[in-house]
Structure formats: structure tokens, C-alpha cells
Design a protein around this ligand. Structure first.
Ligand code: M6R
Length: 606
């Protein structure tokens, strides 16, 4: 997944392209590039690595031109080098692409036989050569693009410009998002409305299979069959201001500290505070009649879904089927007639989650999505949207989005439990009260980060770290391990504490820190037994608990002391030490916390 942008402007566009790309860097940051038309000829500048390298290149080698395209890359085909950076071009055509051209090998062979010379290892370059090939046969740019699009298989969003045509830009969408921005005598293309926010709030989203021919004064949208279609223009709420880090060293730290506030916002959306009861929106299904819920998501959002499974099954007594989206989609899971399928996604653009949503929709499910970006594709394709009010999350490691997803899903569980008659009014008030106390508990946890800084020295020396948890703490152990590995690059795995003895215990020795997530709940004693198994084998325990280590009979290398909280809200509270441990270890090690290697904020390829 990558970010793409295009501008048909009335003044030189190079710096505006870079500005838009800055807003798309969350989609990838392996390399960046722009192309413009100068004196009728295509010119480009590209640079390996972060966008600032491209900016530096442009300050010494500027580009003129009133029309241009830009790209920030998350490498799929070919190494993240300058040679593979977009835009890709021939003497006639320049193209930027987000997605994967699945049949690029056949096309490349065919075009090579016809004389094309490829200069990169990417799948994208075939698009430039394919259009050029059609143009050499006599087609004009529009007819050539139409013919080329008909031959592409896979997922793509494309922006294309043509030598000698400085009032023309073509965009196409098949499986990857693309928005048109309407300016005053100018036109824009972008992977999302956020990229275009400095220029315009008037946005038209292309549907799957659409392609658009833009000039400064016109747009002509066609569907997959080539029919002229109208797509609505909406006013986007995306802010023109780039979110900044404030006084924090990293976006991730800022976002960790925003949690008390954004969890409050999110809860207020689903709770009637004066009544102390859940006030859940109509999702177009009678909750009392739901007999099974299917949940699907990826990464951290999947772990939020896993917590929801424990909540919904325990409190609403409704069975929950959950799987990572990349698996659920392909295992042809049978789905109940008229069932509820819930998708969880911060970005709302994750390709695996979107594909699974479409599978469930095609199989008669009512679709509710828990998303942080309301204008996202997942939100737009859902029957009901349950927004998380986390605000923009910039750090690649998800933090505040996760706890806001949990907040929303907790309210869904309570709404279902009430509709099913599984909880009394008093019980509902007790659980709602526990939720409303979450921001206060998190605020007090965030007041003392020193112990995490101290622990970071110790963890930074580890090669492997294990995380253990039972019951509802198991997904938190998984999330803790994911947070640590993705930003510190230390190998970390989460296990259900009871599974330890079935294999992972072989890994334990005196060099392996083991983080034990052990709130005082009905499974505490069982978790302590597993902790003793670790202790007996020399494992170095980091206890995360409201119970003092003495009570466990184990010596520990660190105790992250937690407040005593209602068991219902344990996942929300215990997520915080997981985030802080990972953050401080990574910053101690000097990794790029906000943009860790090989990752991207929004994963729009399968
Ligand atoms: O935007 P989404 O919530 O759909 O993204 C899902 C995952 O890619 C995401 O949670 C990923 O695992 C994060 N980097 C975890 O911190």
C-alpha cells in the first residue's frame, strides 16, 4: 500500500505534491517521488527512504510544471530503492500506483517481446509501458488508458499524466481507494481526502471499477463498462492542518497520552451518562434476535475483536466467531442467515478486512464497522458505522485507536447483553460505571513513566520476550507482544498462559523476560501457577498486576503495579503498560518509533 496524489494546478505543483504526500506518509515511507510536465516533457525526482529525502532532492534539483503526480511507497514488488520508486514512466506516460498488478509478469513478458525496456523491478511499470504501447499503435491518451485498464488484474489506484498534455490527468480505481478533489479551476486526485485537505474539501470518491478523465475545468467518470456515471460530491471534514506532536517526542507518546480524553469522547457517544446506561445506535438489526456474531479484523484491531469475543460471550451469552480477516475471507466460512458481522479497523482501508466485509455482505450478513475514519471505504460499505472518536492516529503502532475500539466494543457487548435480557439494570449500571472510571485510571497510570524507562534498559538487552495472559488478559498479552516487536524489533510472542506447558515453556531460561499479565480476577490463581512454572525454570518475570509479587511466591525482576479495577475493564487498563513498555524500550534502543521499518499505517494490499 502506498499513497498517491495528482494535481492539475494553475501554479507550479511540485511543493504542493510533496505537501500532500506528507499527509499520506502513513501509507508507506520506503521511497517517494513526483513527476511533472515541464515544457511538454515528463520530468521526475525520486528518493529512497522518507519523504524528507525527496524534499532535499527537490531543493537542489527543483521541478517546474503545472500538472504532476506523486507517490509515497510501501514496497511490494522490488526493493525499496530509488530505481523502484514511483513515478514510473516512459517518454510518453508517467504513472503512480497503489496496489498490486497481479498479472504483471505476463504483461511484462509480452511488452518486452514488443520492444519495451523496463527500468525497475516493480509491477507498476507495466502500466506505463502498456499505455505507451497502445499510444504507439495510434491511440490517444484516453483510449490508450482505457485499453490498458481492461488488461490489468489486481488491485489498483492509479494517477497518470502524459507528455505534451498539460491539461489532462487520468485516475482509476479497482480495489484501492481514490478520491477526486474539486478546486477552483484546479483538479486533484488523492488516496484519501486528508491528502487533499489543504487544497479543497469538495471530494468525490470513485467506486470500484471507475476511472476518471480530468482537465482543469471538467471531469468525466466512467464505470468498468465504460458508461458515463455520476458520483456524488461531498464536503469532507478532513482538516487542512497537519497534526503535530505537541510537546511530545513522538506521535506514539502523544497518542498514548491522549487516551483518557479520547476514550471519554468515545464512551460519551455510546453511553447515557446521566442514566448510567448504554445508549447504543440502531444498527438495523434487532439485537435480541442475534444468535451469533462474526468479528474480523487485522493486527491490533483483531486483538480488540478478540477482547470483544470474551465480553459478548460472557455478558450477552451470544457465541462469537472471530478470525483474522486474511483467513476468514478464504476459508469459506458458513455464516448464519441474517447474522451480524462486525469489522474493526482504525484506518477503515485495510484490504484484508475490506475483502472479508464484502464476503460477509455477499453472504447475507448485516455489516457493522468499528472505524476511526468515518469517510473510509470500510465505513462507506457498512450498513452501520460505530465510530471510534480517537482522532487521527499517526504513529504506526496503534494505541489510542485500540482502546477506543475496546470502548466501543464494550458498549456493543452491553447493548447486546441488555437486549438479550442477560444483565439486570443494576448490573448494566455497575459495568457502565466501571467504563466511565477508565479515563481516570489511565490518567493516573500515565503520571509515572519512570519505571518503564528503567525497565527499558533491561528489556532492550533481550533477544526474545514472552507475554502470558489468561482469559480476557490473553488478547492483551498478544497485543503487548505485537507492540514490542513492531517498534523495538525484539522478538516477542504472546501466549495463553495455560498453553505454556504445551510447548513454549521450552523457550524459557534465565535470559528470557516473561511478562505476566495477571489482574486479580477469577483466573488469577491459575495464572500464578503458570508463573511458578516459569519461575522454576529461571525465567525472568515482569509482573503486571494489582497484586504484590509476594503473594505469588515468585521473585520478579519488575512489578508494574496496577490499580484494582473492575474485571470488565481490565483490557482497557492493562493495555497501557503494554504500550509504555514497548514505547520506552524502542526509544531507548533508538528505533524509528513512529515509522518502524517495513510497516505502514494503512495496509491496503492483501
Ligand atoms: O487500520 P486497521 O486498524 O485496519 O489496521 C490493522 C493493522 O494493520 C494494525 O492494527 C497494525 O497491526 C498496527 N501496526 C498495530 O500496532
Amino acid at each position: 500500500m502506498c499513497g498517491i496524489v495528482g494535481i492539475l494546478g494553475t501554479k507550479p505543483v511540485a511543493l504542493d505534491l510533496v505537501d500532500a504526500l506528507r499527509r499520506l506518509e502513513y501509507r508507506g515511507y520506503d521511497s517517494a517521488g513526483i513527476a511533472t510536465i515541464e515544457g511538454g516533457l515528463l520530468q521526475r525526482r525520486r528518493a529512497e527512504g522518507k519523504l524528507r529525502n525527496l524534499s532535499d532532492r527537490l531543493s537542489t534539483e527543483p521541478l517546474a510544471g503545472l500538472v504532476g503526480i506523486g507517490h509515497t511507497r510501501w514496497a511490494t514488488h522490488g526493493k525499496p530503492t530509488e530505481r523502484n520508486a514511483h513515478p514510473h514512466m516512459t517518454e510518453k506516460v508517467s504513472v503512480v500506483h497503489n496496489g498490486i498488478i497481479e498479472n504483471f509478469r505476463e504483461l511484462k513478458e509480452e511488452l518486452t517481446r514488443a520492444g519495451a525496456v523496463f527500468a525497475s523491478d516493480t509491477d507498476t511499470e507495466v502500466v506505463a509501458h502498456l499505455i505507451t504501447h497502445e499510444m504507439k499503435k495510434g491511440a490517444d491518451p484516453i483510449a490508450a488508458t482505457k485499453a490498458a485498464l481492461a488488461r490489468l488484474k489486481g488491485a489498483f489506484a492509479l494517477a497518470i499524466i502524459f507528455a505534451g498534455h498539460d491539461n489532462l490527468m487520468i485516475g482509476a480505481r479497482e480495489g484501492s481507494p481514490l478520491a477526486i478533489g474539486h478546486g477552483d479551476g484546479e483538479m486533484f486526485l488523492g488516496s484519501d481526502a486528508i491528502a487533499l485537505a489543504p487544497f479543497t474539501s469538495q471530494i468525490t470518491y470513485l467506486d470500484e471499477g471507475d476511472w476518471v478523465v480530468l482537465t482543469r475545468g471538467s471531469l468525466d467518470i466512467r464505470d468498468r463498462q465504460g458508461r458515463r456515471v455520476d458520483r456524488p460530491m461531498i464536503t469532507s471534514q478532513a482538516s487542512g492542518f497537519l497534526v503535530d506532536k505537541g510537546n511530545h517526542r513522538h506521535f506514539m507518546l502523544k497518542e498514548i497520552h491522549e487516551q483518557p480524553e479520547v476514550i471519554s469522547h468515545t464512551l460519551t457517544n455510546y453511553i447515557d451518562m446521566s442514566e448510567g446506561r448504554v445508549n447504543f445506535p440502531d444498527i438495523g438489526l434487532e439485537l435480541a434476535k442475534i444468535t451469533r456474531v462474526t468479528i474480523s479484523a487485522c493486527g491490533t484491531a483483531y486483538y480488540a475483536g478478540l477482547v470483544a469475543k470474551y465480553w459478548i460471550e460472557k455478558y450477552a451469552r451470544v457465541p462469537v466467531e472471530i478470525d483474522v480477516a486474511s483467513e476468514l475471507r478464504y476459508r469459506e466460512a458458513p455464516l448464519p442467515e441474517g447474522g451480524l458481522a462486525v469489522f474493526v479497523s482504525q484506518s477503515g482501508e485495510t484490504a484484508d478486512t475490506l475483502a472479508t466485509l464484502r464476503y460477509c455482505k455477499a453472504n447475507g450478513q448485516r455489516i457493522a464497522s468499528v472505524v476511526n475514519v468515518r469517510t473510509s471505504t470500510i465505513a462507506r460499505e457498512s450498513h452501520a458505522v460505530l465510530p471510534t472518536l480517537a482522532g487521527p492516529e499517526i504513529g504506526v503502532a496503534s494505541t489510542k485507536a485500540f482502546t477506543c475500539q475496546l470502548s466501543t466494543l464494550a458498549c456493543l457487548a452491553l447493548a447486546l447483553a441488555r437486549a438479550k435480557g442477560q444483565i439486570s439494570d443494576d448490573k448494566e449500571r455497575e459495568l457502565v460505571r466501571a467504563l466511565t472510571e477508565v479515563p481516570r485510571h489511565i490518567s493516573s497510570l500515565l503520571r509515572d513513566e519512570r519505571r518503564y524507562e528503567e525497565l527499558a534498559h533491561y528489556l532492550s538487552k533481550a533477544r526474545d520476550v514472552l507475554y502470558l495472559g489468561r482469559g480476557i488478559s490473553y488478547p492483551i498479552a498478544l497485543e503487548g507482544a505485537l507492540k514490542l516487536k513492531e517498534i523495538s524489533y525484539i522478538h516477542a510472542e504472546g501466549y495463553a498462559a495455560g498453553e505454556l506447558k504445551h510447548g513454549p515453556i521450552a523457550l524459557i531460561d534465565e535470559n528470557v523476560p516473561v511478562v505476566v499479565v495477571a489482574p486479580e480476577d477469577e483466573l488469577f490463581d491459575k495464572t500464578v501457577s503458570n508463573m511458578q512454572e516459569v519461575h522454576a525454570r529461571g525465567g525472568q518475570i515482569i509482573l503486571v498486576s494489582n497484586v504484590e509479587p509476594d503473594a505469588t511466591g515468585c521473585s520478579v525482576v519488575a512489578h508494574l503495579r496496577m490499580p484494582a479495577v473492575h474485571p470488565f475493564v481490565v483490557p482497557l487498563i492493562y493495555a497501557i503498560p503494554m504500550q509504555l513498555m514497548a514505547y520506552h524500550t524502542a526509544t531507548f534502543m533508538g528505533t524509528d518509533v513512529d515509522q518502524p521499518r517495513n510497516l505502514a499505517k494503512s495496509v491496503t494490499v492483501e
